[in-house]
Write a protein that binds this ligand. Structure first.
Ligand SMILES: [Zn+2]
Length: 261
C-alpha cells in the first residue's frame, strides 16, 4: 500500500502521485465509494497508472468511468487498454466520438507526417456522451460539465466546488493547447472558452499539462489578448478569420498604387 497524495480533497493527480513525469495530467476523482479518471495518457503508461491506483488501495472495479477531455493522442492513446483493464465505461463530448471511435490519426493529432510522428491509435467505443450542463456524480462528489471548444471542437472542462479542470485551455505560463487546423482548432471559440474561464469564480485551475495554479485574471487575459490577435494574423493560417494586410494590399493593387510611389 502507498500513501494517497491528495492535491485537494477528493483529487489525486497521477504524475504527482507517481513522483515522476508520466505525461498528460491524469486526475483521479475519489468519490469515496467509487472513483473516475479524467484522461489516461499514452498507452505505455496505462499499466503503471493502474498499478498505482491499486497500490493506493482503490478497488479497480469501482472505476465509474474514464473521461476523454478531448480526442488528442497524448490524452487518450491508452483509452482502449485502460477501458479493457478496468472494465469501465468511457465518456467524451459528442464531437470527440468520431475521432476516438475511428482512431482518426489526423484528428487525434497522432500523425504528423512532416515531422515523422506516427503514433498507433486503437479505436475505442464511447459509452457515454457528455454535454454542456450535464452533471457527473461519482460517490459523494459532483462535477459540472463544461463544453469549452477552441483547442479542439470536443474539449471538455469540469467544475467541482472551487476547482476547474480546465483541460488544454490554459496553462500556468499563459500558454494554451496547440492551435492547429488538423484537429479542429477554432480561435474564436478558444477566446470564448477562455473568457468563460476568466469570468468564472473557481479558485484553482487544474490543467491537462503542468502544474495546478490559482485562477489569476492576468494569466488568462494574456492568452485571450494573444489569441484575439492571432485571429487577424497569418501565423495560424486557416485558423485566422482575416488578415488586414491582404485587404490593404488588394486595395493598392486595384488602385494601381505601387509600394514605393
Ligand atoms: Zn494536451
Amino acid at each position: 500500500m502507498i500513501r494517497r497524495k491528495y492535491l485537494f480533497p477528493n483529487v489525486i493527480e497521477m504524475n504527482y502521485q507517481a513522483g515522476r513525469r508520466l505525461g498528460v495530467n491524469v486526475y483521479l476523482i475519489d468519490g469515496g465509494s467509487e472513483f473516475l479518471l479524467i484522461d489516461i495518457g499514452f498507452e505505455d503508461t496505462v499499466d503503471e497508472i493502474i498499478e498505482l491506483i491499486r497500490q493506493m488501495d482503490f478497488s479497480l472495479s469501482k472505476c465509474k468511468m474514464i473521461i476523454a477531455t478531448h480526442a488528442d493522442a497524448d490524452h487518450i492513446q491508452g483509452l482502449k487498454r485502460a477501458k479493457d483493464r478496468l472494465k469501465t465505461s468511457v465518456a467524451a463530448h459528442p464531437k470527440s466520438v468520431k475521432p476516438l471511435e475511428k482512431a482518426d490519426a489526423i484528428e487525434t493529432y497522432a500523425k504528423i507526417t512532416a515531422q515523422g510522428i506516427d503514433l498507433p491509435m486503437v479505436p475505442v467505443k464511447i459509452d457515454l456522451r457528455l454535454n454542456e450542463g450535464d452533471t457527473i456524480e461519482v460517490g459523494d462528489v459532483k462535477l459540472d460539465v463544461w463544453h469549452t471548444p477552441g483547442h479542439t471542437p470536443g474539449q471538455l472542462s469540469f467544475k467541482m466546488r472551487d476547482l476547474l479542470f480546465s483541460g488544454d485551455n490554459i496553462y500556468k505560463d499563459s500558454c494554451v493547447g496547440v492551435i492547429d487546423a488538423h484537429h479542429g482548432s477554432h480561435l474564436g471559440d478558444f477566446v470564448k472558452s477562455l473568457s468563460r474561464i476568466l469570468g468564472d469564480d473557481s479558485k484553482y485551475l487544474l490543467p491537462s499539462h503542468g502544474p495546478v495554479f490559482p485562477r489569476e485574471a492576468q494569466i488568462i487575459q494574456k492568452a485571450i489578448d494573444r489569441l484575439s490577435g492571432y485571429m487577424h494574423m497569418a501565423d495560424f493560417g486557416t485558423c485566422a478569420t482575416d488578415w488586414p494586410l491582404m485587404e490593404e494590399w488588394e486595395a493598392d493593387v486595384i488602385a494601381g498604387r505601387l509600394p514605393f510611389s
